[in-house]
Design a protein around this ligand. Structure first.
Ligand SMILES: C[S@@+](CC[C@H](N)C(=O)[O-])C[C@H]1O[C@@H](n2cnc3c(N)ncnc32)[C@H](O)[C@@H]1O
Length: 185
C-alpha cells in the first residue's frame, strides 16, 4: 500500500518536472524551428568572411547545420546555443557523424544568457523582435571587427554593410551583414 503511494507520488513529481521543463522551454522560445536551406547557410558564411580558426556562434542552432558548415568548409570553431533539448541532441549526433567534435560544440540554453565576447561571427535566424531583444548584449559584448549575419530579419537600429538577396525554395531570402566598428565612439 505504502509503496504504491510512493510510486504514484514519484510519478506525479516526474510529470510536474517534465511539464515545467516544457513550459519553460516554450516561454523562452524567441523563434520557431525553421532550418536555413544549405545554399543560404553557405552564402551567410561567405558574406561573414569567416576565416580558419575564427569563432562562430549560431544563436538558436537548430540541427547544427550552420556549425557543421562553418567547421567543415571554413575550418572555424563553432558554438551553437539551442533551447530545445531534442535539437541539441540531433545536432550533437550530426556533429559526431561528421567527426567534428573538436571544432563544434552545442550548448543547451537561452541565447539571452550567452557571453559572446570571443565571437568573430554571430549567425542569427530568429525574428526582428528577437534581434531587438538581443541587440543590447551584442552591442555590449562583441569585439571590434566582429560580424553579425542575420537571415531574413534585420537588426533594427544597425546599418548593414551589405544586404544580399538569394532566391531559394520559391522565395527570395535576405541576408543582412553587419560589422562591429573598429572604434566605438
Ligand atoms: C529559425 S531556427 C534557426 C536554426 C538554425 N540557426 C538555422 O539557421 O538553420 C531558430 C532556432 O532558435 C531556437 N531558439 C529559439 N529561442 C531560443 C532561445 N531563447 N535560446 C536558444 N535557442 C532558441 C529554436 O529552437 C530554433 O531551433
Amino acid at each position: 500500500m505504502m509503496s504504491a503511494a510512493l510510486t504514484s507520488t514519484a510519478a506525479l513529481l516526474i510529470l510536474v518536472a517534465w511539464s515545467w521543463a516544457q513550459v519553460s522551454e516554450y516561454t523562452k522560445r524567441l523563434a520557431p524551428y525553421v532550418p536555413s536551406p544549405p545554399e543560404i547557410v553557405e552564402k551567410m558564411l561567405d558574406a561573414a568572411e569567416l576565416k580558419p580558426g575564427e569563432v562562430l556562434y549560431d544563436l538558436g542552432s537548430g540541427d547544427g547545420r550552420v556549425l557543421i558548415a562553418a567547421a567543415k568548409k571554413y575550418k572555424a570553431k563553432a558554438v551553437g546555443i539551442e533551447i530545445s533539448p531534442k535539437l541539441v541532441k540531433l545536432a550533437q549526433q550530426r556533429i559526431r557523424q561528421e567527426g567534428l567534435q573538436d571544432q563544434c560544440r552545442v550548448i543547451q540554453g537561452d541565447i539571452r544568457e550567452v557571453n559572446l565576447s570571443d565571437a568573430d561571427v554571430v549567425v542569427l535566424y530568429l525574428l526582428t523582435s528577437s534581434n531587438e531583444l538581443l541587440r543590447p548584449n551584442l552591442e555590449r559584448q562583441l569585439k571590434p571587427g566582429a560580424r553579425v549575419v542575420s537571415h531574413d530579419f534585420e537588426v533594427r537600429g544597425w546599418r548593414p554593410i551589405r544586404v544580399i538577396e538569394v532566391p531559394a525554395h520559391g522565395r527570395t531570402h535576405q541576408i543582412y551583414v553587419y560589422r562591429v566598428p573598429e572604434s566605438r565612439q
